[in-house]
Design a protein around this ligand. Structure first.
Ligand code: NOJ
Length: 755
């Protein structure tokens, strides 16, 4: 409390003293004059070293995702030379660090504490790829809001999320962190996530249950060549603007407070040195007024990238490119002063970076009270609240994609009398349930499938037998005999298999995306028993399931669903929740098809629809072009029948609109939810256009026997693209509209856009 008064007094004494530095490049994030004035007041008191300190972030401990930087942060902290710390995760730990920072530093500027709260803090939610399959923006926003509530109660004020990279290559381990391959859906999810973490308005950030979000990784990190993490990216400006930018623009428009640079280069320029990305596009064109943080040691990495001869030059490139804060590398801390003295970096550039950072600290209220997030009682009461766990379970239900279900293998209703063999390394696995980036989630306490099923079927005539059968990743057949023996004693088999949690995520690329180790081999042996098999998968990327699709009766993609994983899956297996999720990434037939995505171009030699194998066409000799399971695909326990869709007119005028309608009838035996999808193709344009682009969807709750009509409105602004002359807009001509239950199973309509 004493400290709080001190700081306020300091700021009051300087208010009105005027700031001598130029504000030419600075546009305040909040637009609030009082805050701007306070920022200027603090800035005018700061030495160059103190300013550079604000642009410096260090990690405290734990959760390190790169080379350990051997800097002892304490001396810098005490001198007020650290603006932000990440990886400190409890009220107690954060309080200690904040006290150190404030006790001896001259200006007593509070430190901003950040952390990777990617899909939950203590209550872990489904991995983002799984959650995106729900297409449920309300739930997605809610999971971010709960994560913010828990993280802020532990003293954290900033998360490095959402990760909104468009992902088209399942070899890349980080596909698990994103929202899939589609730009339209990805942009909506980016908005939902940002608003979940931060609230709907910048003023909500003053509430102690919200945290700053960070749109990452700008940009095109997901386009790494060969799906190998950190690898080279070479995409055109057109692809950047049409495919990779929109989720970031949506995050910016939703008010995201910070952006993170990407590790990769784009067309020869490492993102962290890209003036084009950070000054020209983000700060000038989009008028982003928050601040930019690097990824972990990304400025240092400009040296091995080969664009800087040493770290001094790396710092110069990054800061002049518009990168405001250095994560962990210490490069700004050790080089910016010299660079300013040598005239290679202007003090105005430094001031503008510091203004952006200070403004966030004011918005969060850290200058009012640096300890305002720190409340042990709240920390204790907030984490793992029953309603948070319930929300995680429900979002888990909505994230499970039913890929195949012959003979209604699922649901396994409670009224049956059955012996079920539970076989596979995922049956009792708890540690993988949280997936990568599980923050403070306790890996050993997440519910396994076994936990979920035994609780769900308590006091029923469904009996379980269990054998692990094989390891998740190591080859070996030692466990096969026991597994087969058990399978023979059962009526049906549920095989639970997948990838170890750290086989996806950062630095976890794979060249072979089949089930690892001996898992497929075990499935082949189980198949020989002749018993019906339902495969439940837990993994972080689309897998090559070609063999499984041909040979296994039912396949349920359950991803990593977090703390409540086993319960979410059990709800679906028993039929308490009828699966409704649809894939947001195509599942290839094999890794050789990658990258694969539905919104591809036609080429000059497309395959005719009625002839999937033809010479001198864009195709493979050994596999079809199409994915095994397309974007937008997912089954339900019920069946939905689509009427012939209608369109209100064949002509769309520039200011007009069209209505597309389709009626969906639930023709099966369960109430269910259906995600109705609308795609558009611009048939001929000045540049080539994708064969289909998602432009709308509706998730409808339809009771058994009921019919519901979905209406979609199409306006000219939905059809924009980067035209030949590099302007954004439309061109008159013919368009196709596709309505369906996935990106391939569609019915077609047409219209023309007229001037
Ligand atoms: C590296 C990752 O690329 C980034 O996403 C993460 O936020 C940082 N490490 C901090 O942990």
């Amino acid at each position: 409390m004493k400290r709080k008064i001190l700081i306020s007094a300091l700021i009051l004494s300087i208010a009105g003293s005027g700031c001598t530095t130029s504000k030419s490049e600075w546009h305040s994030y909040s637009g609030d004059k009082t805050i701007e004035h306070k920022v200027d007041s603090v800035l005018s008191l700061m030495t160059l070293e103190e300013k550079i300190g604000q642009m410096t972030q260090f990690s405290s401990h734990g959760d390190i995702t790169g080379p350990i930087v051997n800097e002892d942060i304490e001396p810098y902290l005490k001198k007020g030379l650290i603006g932000s710390i990440f990886n400190a995760v409890t009220v107690e730990g954060i309080r200690k660090l904040q006290e150190q920072a404030l006790a001896e530093s001259r200006l007593k500027i509070p430190v901003l504490f950040g952390y990777d709260v990617v899909h939950g803090f203590k209550t872990i939610f489904p991995i983002p790829l799984a959650e995106s399959c729900s297409w449920d923006l309300y739930q997605i926003k809610k999971s971010a809001a709960i994560a913010a509530e828990e993280a802020s109660a532990a003293g954290i004020a900033w998360t490095f999320a959402p990760m909104i990279d468009i992902v088209r290559d399942a070899r890349w381990g980080r596909v698990m962190e994103g929202a899939g391959e589609d730009t339209y859906l990805g942009a909506l999810i980016a908005e939902a996530k940002v608003k979940g973490f931060q609230g709907n308005h910048w003023k909500d950030l003053y509430n102690t249950n919200t945290i700053l979000a960070c749109a990452k990784h700008f940009c095109a990190y997901g386009a790494a060549e060969s799906g190998r993490d950190y690898n080279t990216v070479d995409v055109s400006d057109r692809t950047l603007r049409e495919v990779y930018f929109p989720p970031f623009k949506a995050a910016k428009d939703a008010g995201v407070a910070t952006f993170m640079t990407a590790f990769n280069e784009i067309s020869g320029i490492p993102c962290t040195a890209s003036k084009y990305l950070f000054r020209d596009v983000l700060k000038d064109e989009w008028q982003f007024n928050g601040f930019v943080v690097t990824d972990y040691t990304a400025i240092n990495e400009l040296v091995p990238h080969g664009v800087a001869q040493d770290e001094e030059q790396a710092a110069e490139l990054a800061v002049n490119a518009g990168v405001d804060m250095d994560m962990t590398g210490g490069v700004y801390l050790h080089n910016l002063k010299t660079l300013v003295e040598e005239g290679k970096v202007s003090e105005n550039t430094i001031d503008n970076a510091v203004r952006r950072i200070l403004e966030m600290k004011f918005i969060l209220g850290l200058f009012d009270d640096p300890y305002r997030y720190l409340d042990e009682k709240r920390e204790k009461e907030t984490i793992l609240k029953p309603e948070f766990l319930q929300a995680a379970r429900e979002i888990g239900n909505r994230s499970i994609v039913l890929l195949k279900n012959n003979n209604q293998f699922f649901p396994i209703t409670k009224d049956r009398q059955l012996t079920v063999a539970l076989i596979g390394p995922m049956v009792k696995n708890r540690t993988s349930m949280n997936g990568e980036w599980s923050a403070r989630g306790n890996k050993n306490e997440s519910a396994s499938l076994f936990d979920g099923l035994t609780e769900k079927y308590k006091n029923t005539n469904i009996k379980f037998l269990y054998a692990e059968g094989c390891d998740l990743k190591e080859p070996g057949t030692e466990g096969f005999a026991e597994a087969i023996n058990i399978a023979r004693k059962a009526d049906i088999i549920i095989a639970a298999m997948g990838e170890d949690y750290n086989w996806s995520g950062e630095a976890a690329s794979r060249s072979n995306i089949k089930l690892p180790g001996s898992q497929q081999k075990l499935l082949k042996e189980l198949k020989k028993t002749g018993k019906p098999i339902g495969l439940v998968l837990m993994n972080g990327r689309p897998l090559d399931l070609s063999w499984e699709d041909k040979n296994i009766d039912a396949i349920m993609e359950a991803w990593y669903l977090g703390t409540m994983a086993g319960h979410s899956i059990a709800d679906v297996i028993v039929g308490d929740y009828n699966p409704s999720a649809k894939l947001t990434m195509s599942f290839p037939r094999n890794a050789g098809q990658l990258p694969i995505y539905y919104n591809r171009k036609n080429t000059g030699r497309p395959l005719p629809e009625d002839n999937p194998k033809m010479d001198y066409r864009s195709s493979y000799l050994d596999v079809e072009n199409s994915p095994l399971y397309p974007f937008g695909y997912g089954l339900s326990y019920t069946t939905f029948q689509y009427s012939k869709p209608s369109i209100s007119s064949g002509i769309l005028t520039k200011n007009g609109e069209l209505k597309v309608s389709v009626t969906i009838t639930n023709t099966g035996n369960y109430d269910g939810e259906e995600i109705v999808q609308l795609y558009i193709q611009d048939v001929t344009a000045s540049v080539t256009r994708p064969i289909k682009e998602l432009k709308g969807f509706q998730k409808l709750n339809i009771k058994k026997g009921e019919s519901v009509t979905a209406d979609f409105i199409i306006r000219e602004k939905d059809l924009g693209f980067l035209r030949l002359d590099n302007t954004w807009g439309t061109e008159p001509g013919e368009y196709k509209v596709f309505v369906g239950n996935d990106s391939e199973n569609v019915q077609e309509l047409k219209f023309s856009l007229v001037e």
